[in-house]
Write a protein that binds this ligand. Structure first.
Ligand SMILES: *Cc1c(COP(=O)(O)O)cnc(C)c1O
Length: 378
């Protein structure tokens, strides 16, 4: 694994772009004598808040922490049900279980691969408290419909926008409106702080509570005075990480534009006769976090991935359906419950897509995919 990442001819499915200005900035933070949460965290928060139309934002040490704190702020706890998708990174539903609540899965839409909004109302019970949608590969759901359903049933919304920083819905940035919105800045995301995350909040009261929850419930006042009135965790972001995030945020628009251009090139070059299902051709809302194809049923995915790897190309799997993991089977979930998520989870393959890639790289991925899926020898 590590060998591939140091091999200049290996094309990974993603790779962060950290510029020299950011590296110098990180060195400055390291030399400053203050490396944990401090001025860089505050600067990143105010820049993110400006990005999100002035809404309060608090940064955290992961996207998972953003979801956990989002659930706490929404008052989700024992006996509550939260509606979500089985087609996501497992963090999405693990945080619901960790909160003492019950994940209620709704199948994915076979075209968008996101939660099927048509199926949400049938899953609502008297115990339902919130909807936790995921914007897979950066493609948002129809936010007008989502919030109409939530309003009709009095539900909170915690948006898992971990993959959707830089995406928009009908001209509005993800995070600029809505209820609680969670972002991740983990290394593979469109902008990164190595590890990190942020939550966009409905109001300043939530921001004060989020600050407590991220650091042991501590409230500070006066000269070294402090009190603790809730149980908090240890979710604060370091200034070292925040400085990376500041360097990345400057380049977000450039990154997104480059991802769109490369995704467009995939649509132009990908051999449509192979029987793969391509993602929706959305050049209006998505930040193109990933370019994912569904392999035809006849293809063994593991074999395809191994052969692409031998050809020097990294392929990702995002994601196997969550409800089929053994933890979830123990909770009573089983095969056949969410057929679209299961089929997508079995056949999905993430092709390389990241800003530093070239159009020639896209052409190489398409060529090798054709060669391998057609069973031709080199
Ligand atoms: C990355 C990711 C998360 C978790 O973010 P971390 O920063 O890794 O904790 C949650 N949900 C989705 C959909 C993700 O892609």
């Amino acid at each position: 694994m590590m060998k591939s990442y140091s091999d200049p001819n290996f094309l990974p499915f993603t790779r962060p772009s950290i510029d020299e200005e950011t590296i110098a900035g990180v060195a400055e933070v390291l030399r400053s004598g203050w490396i944990t949460s401090g001025p860089q965290v505050q600067a990143l928060e105010s820049q993110l808040s400006a990005w999100c139309g002035g809404r309060p934002v608090r940064v955290l040490n992961s996207g998972t922490a953003a979801l956990e704190i989002g659930l706490r702020l929404a008052g989700i706890g024992g006996g509550d049900e939260v509606i979500t998708t089985p087609l996501s990174w497992v963090a999405t539903s693990n945080v619901i279980i960790a909160a003492g609540a019950k994940p209620v899965f709704v199948d994915a839409d076979p075209v968008t691969r996101n939660i099927d909004l048509d199926l949400i109302e049938a899953a609502i019970t008297p115990a339902t408290r919130a909807i936790l949608p995921v914007y897979l590969a950066g493609l948002p759901v129809d936010l007008d419909r989502l919030y109409a359903i939530a309003a009709k049933h009095g539900l909170r919304v915690i948006e898992d926008a971990a993959q959707a920083f830089g995406s928009t819905w009908r001209g509005a940035r993800i995070g600029a409106r809505g209820d609680l919105v969670a972002f991740s800045f983990q290394a593979n995301k469109n902008i990164t702080s190595a590890e990190g995350g942020a939550i966009v909040l409905p109001g300043e009261a939530d921001a004060a509570l989020a600050e407590k929850l991220r650091l042991q419930g501590v409230i500070r006042f006066g000269e070294n005075g402090m009190d603790v009135d809730v149980v908090g965790g240890k979710f604060n972001l370091t200034d070292v990480a925040a400085r990376i995030g500041i360097g990345q945020l400057k380049r977000l628009e450039e990154f997104t534009a480059r991802r769109r251009e490369l995704a467009r090139h995939y649509f132009d070059c990908f051999d449509r006769s192979l029987g793969c299902e391509l993602p929706p051709e959305d050049f209006r809302h998505s930040n193109w976090h990933m370019f994912q194809v569904l392999l035809p049923e006849r293809v063994k995915r593991a074999e395809f991935i191994a052969r692409m790897r031998s050809a020097g190309i990294g392929i990702g799997v995002h994601y196997p359906a969550i409800h089929l993991f053994s933890l979830y089977r123990r909770l009573g979930f089983r095969d056949g419950q969410f057929p679209h998520a299961e089929r997508i989870g079995r056949s999905i393959a993430t092709l390389p897509l990241f800003p530093a890639m070239s159009k020639t790289d896209v052409e190489r991925v398409c060529r090798e995919t054709t060669r391998i899926l057609k069973g031709e020898e080199k």
